[in-house]
Design a binder for this molecule. Sequence first.
Ligand SMILES: Nc1nc(=O)c2c([nH]1)NC[C@@H]1CN(c3ccc(C(=O)N[C@@H](CCC(=O)O)C(=O)O)cc3)C=[N+]21
Length: 280
Amino acid sequence: MSHEPLMLEGKPVVAEIYANLSSRIEALTAQGITPCLATILVGDDPASATYVRMKGNACKKLGMESRRIHLPADTTTKQLIDTIAKLNQDTAVHGILLQHPVPAQIDERAAFDAIDSAKDVDGVTSLGFGRMSYNVPAYASCTPEAILSVLDHYQIDIEGKHAVVIGRSAILGKPVSFLLLNRNATVTICHSKTKDLAEHVGHADIVVAAVGRPKFVQGSWLKPGAVVLDAGYNEGNIGDADFESCLDKVKAITPVPGGIGPVTIAKLLQHTVEAAEASV
Ligand SMILES: Nc1nc(=O)c2c([nH]1)NC[C@@H]1CN(c3ccc(C(=O)N[C@@H](CCC(=O)O)C(=O)O)cc3)C=[N+]21
């Protein structure tokens, strides 16, 4: 590109979300309801522990409550579901986040579906996902919604654009594909078995990198003027896009860190406030 690419920084998007939330949190607290997010971490993955801690810290900063539940790595599906059931019953808890991924012995789908849909602030239940996909009111998964918020904040058109999503996970690739579809993008979903990935990506106006492989998306694959949203969170804060090579081609790109990640957390808090408001 002849001009500098636009940096899609998360910070102003987060500031906008938090500015809107603080008065709502105050109003709730005045009624004796402090929005409360419960996070469940199973096992000892250090990166997951960091993300969960960040979520709790963000709650504190905004005057919200949080509960951190940490279960051992050998937790069974039944034990996890029992823990979720207690949080479902607890009227002081408004949102429940089960940190993905869970250890292999756990049926993650069964655990996600045990979350009361009124508290499913991360859009992980089958009902929440289905409602989101049908474009009826629901809490969408936080990273997908963060991606849409970044596009909207920077006034990047979605309608009629060709979006290529790389990755098809339950909390990222699949839901972001539906959110983009519901905004009238033409969506291609690529994954590990996709042939000619570079060719698909080369047709994209909007590229969502959600593969979980550091520096995977190469600038050489991109159509000049593409917009790249990097939702990767690999070790060492390295994104899924090869930022340096992408810079030469893109109209706009999210940095990692400082892009989608912080907006994800803001969305989680927003949904928790909405769940608290709905509980009144
Ligand atoms: N049910 C579920 N929902 C999730 O939303 C979810 C999850 N499971 N499992 C793990 C991933 C990861 N994730 C991140 C959130 C924020 C940053 C973030 O804010 N990162 C900072 C840098 C991190 C740092 O400062 O250490 C940034 O990009 O600027 C990263 C990663 C949410 N996830």
